[in-house]
Ligand binder design. Sequence first.
Ligand SMILES: Cc1cc2nc3c(=O)[nH]c(=O)nc-3n(C[C@H](O)[C@H](O)[C@H](O)COP(=O)(O)OP(=O)(O)OC[C@H]3O[C@@H](n4cnc5c(N)ncnc54)[C@H](O)[C@@H]3O)c2cc1C
Length: 403
Amino acid sequence: MTDSNFNLANKVAIDYVKFRHELTEFMRTHCPESLRNKVCSNQKIGRADYAEWQKILHQKGWSAPNWPISEGGTGWDLRQRYLFEEVSAELDCPPLYHHGLGHIGPVIMHFGTPEQKARFLPRILDGTEWWCQGYSEPGAGSDLASLRTSAVLEGDEYVINGQKIWTSHAHEADMMYTLVRTSTEGRKQAGITLLLVPVNSPGIEIKPIRTIDQWHHVNEVFLTNVRVPAFNRISEEGGGWACAKFLLDRERLSPAMVPRLLRQLQQVEELIKSKIKSAGASPSLQSAISRLLHAKASAMGAKEMLLSAITEEMSGTLRSSKSSALKLHCTELSQQISSLAYDLVAPQYAQRLIPQIPASDGSDDLDLERQLLHTYLFYRSRTIAGGTSEVQKNVIARDIFGV
Ligand SMILES: Cc1cc2nc3c(=O)[nH]c(=O)nc-3n(C[C@H](O)[C@H](O)[C@H](O)COP(=O)(O)OP(=O)(O)OC[C@H]3O[C@@H](n4cnc5c(N)ncnc54)[C@H](O)[C@@H]3O)c2cc1C
């Protein structure tokens, strides 16, 4: 077990070693084997799986590692959150579903009224209400401020018309937090408002999009005269961009980024070892070992970078370029590792002549080759979702060179 390279000797207030031990003990004994097997074999995780684990963590008081104690969270610092993610990844526990707990929850805490907090936060915390993010639109992804979905206040209701796209898990969600245009005057950012929309509202139509791996998890969401109470507006009209930026600033550093990568590498290493044991070290396996070592070195670099970013974030000195560099590095590395894993089990497709794969709802029992093919294909989206690699490079260039 690693000590996560924190300077443990200097910590007086929190005993991180003891804390890590407590995490390990709980996760090992409380995360159901069926869930761990699913995560370990790279099967897709849906609402039922996330919810099962969240409920168990909630009973322990650990469902919201990033929330303050006053709102029912753990009050953990970023190092503790990193350890939580590290142990969780090592033991193949499912990740926490981020749209409620990680995204809209903290925004409601910061910008919401006491009534809004009372209405929405407890149900995010215990997982009874499930959220999706309705930001992107056709023509408004990287340039999000160009969004056109409109909302007009009529009496005490907003009437929404427009379309969202790439909405992850919309078909499983109860609520969608969405950015809408309430004004076309002035700067485009100034006319954006954040609304919380019940997904079962009349006028909402959800159409599935199958990604290249044939999984259905993203959707188009069409909104036609959807009526939402003005109570569901967070912050003032036109204040949506500030909410979106708050979220970006707060969540720009994800402590989960590296631990899952390290677990992915460990699995590939196990795969290589088992192949060597059964067939000896062929030239193609030697080349795989070399790729593995390069990836390991890159992952160790990423871990060092994340740990230093955590320390900087805790002292308020983290630069946005560092978290962008981490996102860029970790997502590209996860793609390289998934390519390596797939090449190991299906060398016949090394030229990327991918076989036809059937549609999947994510619950299929796949053999190893198909699991790794699905992962390889799905990970292509990693450098797009949550801000593309090019956009991360822009942030880095702006911060370092001022361009
Ligand atoms: C799997 C997946 C899940 C997603 N889930 C959600 C979700 O739940 N909710 C949600 O709202 N959105 C979601 N998205 C959408 C995601 O946020 C957008 O795809 C992303 O922001 C890019 O926007 P776009 O697809 O419109 O591409 P565009 O912004 O049109 O970009 C097209 C290409 O141009 C490049 N480009 C664009 N602008 C610049 C620039 N200024 N400089 C250099 N290059 C540039 C991009 O890097 C990209 O290569 C998801 C996407 C994926 C793939």
